[in-house]
Design a binder for this molecule. Structure first.
Ligand code: SAM
Length: 250
């Protein structure tokens, strides 16, 4: 079985596919200061199985387009939306985040948790800008340095995995240069990584390996997950997910 199929099999059973939390989604939304009764158009880009989409649907009077390029995740999102009684507010769109079929100034909010890195933060914030109404909100979580310096082992790991990792001040400066006015920033607390993401993932490894006949490829997926988890446990004071809330200028 190829690696993508294995990754889908591992992650589609998870509540969320990246670090985050329902309370933190609500906290970020709170910074936008929106009237919850106002009809809004929202896109949740790289939504996975919809952890954040469902929170947005419950909190807002919104028509939400939930975008991901994996149909398997969107199918689960649709089932979860029905179960949560918010399916009329959500439309899923199977599409890559670098070729979105949106109109200029179509959306009040562009939301993206733990996903913009797939096309790069700078590319993402610049290419998505035109889909937002002036004054509309961009809310993204992005892996970020928490300190100015860090151990070389950690630097080396991120240089190869995601060289765009940077400090919040650099990310905020990029937002300013790309047509946004920063509104707020906070760092996801540790429980968003451990309790909400890594611990449930770790618990699912055994069943995942059994489902996949303990294949070498499945074991490699688990091993990579363990390396990532250990890296976070050892170096969590140096990096984390920053939540960036900004408004389109103009
Ligand atoms: N936002 C979800 C969450 O926080 O649980 C998912 C985060 S997961 C780390 C990243 C998501 O981005 C996955 O669902 C993946 O399928 C999606 N993704 C990756 N590359 C993509 C692309 N080019 N276009 C659309 N979705 C993409």
């Amino acid at each position: 079985m190829d690696e993508l199929t294995l990754l889908i099999d591992l992650y589609k059973h998870a509540y969320r596919q990246g670090p985050g939390g329902d309370s933190e989604t609500k906290l970020a939304l709170g910074f936008c200061g929106l009237d919850p009764s106002k009809p809004l158009k929202v896109a949740d880009i790289g939504c996975g199985t919809g952890a954040s989409t469902l929170v947005l649907a419950k909190e807002l009077n919104a028509a939400i387009t939930a975008v991901d390029f994996l149909d398997e995740f969107l199918e689960i999102l649709n089932k979860r939306a029905i179960h949560a009684g918010v399916s009329e507010k959500i439309e899923t769109l199977s599409c890559s985040m670098d070729s979105l079929p949106f109109e200029d100034e179509e959306f009040d909010i562009l939301w993206s948790e733990a996903a913009i890195y797939n096309i790069g933060f700078e590319n993402g914030i610049q290419s998505w800008n035109r889909y937002l109404k002036p004054g509309g909100f961009l809310v993204v979580s992005e892996i970020s340095w928490l300190t100015e310096t860090r151990p070389s082992e950690l630097q080396k790991y991120w240089d190869s995995e995601y060289p765009e990792i940077d400090t919040a001040s650099s990310k905020i400066s990029l937002l300013e240069k790309s047509g946004y006015s920063p509104v707020s920033y906070f760092v996801l607390p540790e429980h968003c990584w451990m309790e909400n993401y890594y611990n449930p993932l770790q618990k699912s490894f055994k069943a995942f390996l059994q489902r996949n006949n303990n294949s070498e490829e499945a074991q490699a997926v688990v091993d990579a997950g363990i390396v990532e988890m250990e890296l976070y446990k050892n170096y969590r004071k140096y990096f984390g997910y920053g939540f960036y809330i900004a408004r389109k200028t103009g």
